[in-house]
Design a protein around this ligand. Structure first.
Ligand SMILES: [Zn+2]
Length: 264
């Protein structure tokens, strides 16, 4: 399948309009095609494309562009959460994650890494191709892990030093070259909190297209150590009883699903 971005005649029935990490809704539904076309006519979008085989088109509004008339926006992670409960948008979560991930891919993969030529959409694949040296660049996922560590009825949660500093969340990080996911769980947890873990158990995975991650979610148990935080990454880490939790990330996030047992 190929991404198409050079024609207005789309023949798609599903329309995603994003702005940064939010998605635009009209009366709780995905917007109609006329709203998307209006955005394009007004040059309000920084990019758009369609995947005919998936029957959707997607556009990214400019950062400071207002919502189209009559529309509202919600964080995409909240949209993921709602798709499991709200019939108006049911089953669109994965497709929205794909659309957002591909918009990010298009934004970040603009020039050939071998010869510097500007890339174009591939005619056969969901990919970008160099018209000069013919190298094809496919979207790449970055595997990351997130882990909920427990000690009896307590969970180990941390506040980050740089972002979302008011919520307590699970430890998370990228899986490094040469590592297994389980090794990354042990390393990140020890580096950031000084706690060693055991009985690591894979729970679920979730697409996290901010910009291109696949989050692998784990549970683990306390093995040894006292909390000693890595101060440039973590502001505070502590054990919390699972019946008396602090403020945690919002519904739809991988951490929320882990902490509240949505993943099981
Ligand atoms: Zn090239």
């Amino acid at each position: 399948m190929a991404m198409i971005s050079n024609q207005m005649n789309l023949f798609c029935e599903i329309h995603f309009i994003f702005r940064e990490n939010s998605i635009i809704l009209k009366d709780g539904h995905l917007p109609e095609e006329r709203i998307m076309r209006r955005c394009l006519e007004l040059s309000a979008a920084s990019d758009w494309f369609a995947e005919i085989e998936y029957n959707y088109s997607a556009i990214m509004l400019e950062k400071d562009e207002p919502n189209p008339a009559g529309c509202t926006d919600i964080p995409l992670r909240e949209f993921f959460y709602r798709t499991s409960k709200d019939h108006k948008i049911a089953n669109f979560g994965s497709l929205a994650a794909r659309a957002m991930g591909l918009l990010n891919f298009r934004k970040n993969k603009r020039f050939c890494a071998k010869c510097g030529t500007q890339l174009v959409d591939d005619e056969c694949f969901t990919a970008r191709t160099c018209p000069t040296c013919k190298t094809v660049f496919f979207p790449q996922l970055e595997p990351a892990m997130i882990v909920l560590v427990s000690k009896g009825d307590d969970y180990l949660l941390a506040r980050h030093a740089q972002r979302n500093t008011d919520v307590y969340t699970c430890l998370a990080g990228f899986i490094e070259i040469g590592e297994t996911a389980e090794q990354a769980v042990k390393r990140e947890n020890y580096e950031e909190t000084g706690i060693k873990v055991k009985n690591i158990r894979y729970v679920a995975s979730q697409a996290w297209p901010f910009p291109d991650q696949l989050m692998l979610a784990f549970r683990a148990e306390y093995e040894s150590g006292e909390i000693k935080i890595q101060e440039d990454e973590i502001k505070e880490a502590a054990w919390f009883n699972k019946k008396d939790l602090p403020k945690i990330p919002g519904p739809g996030s991988v951490a929320y699903n882990l902490i509240t047992g949505v993943f099981g």
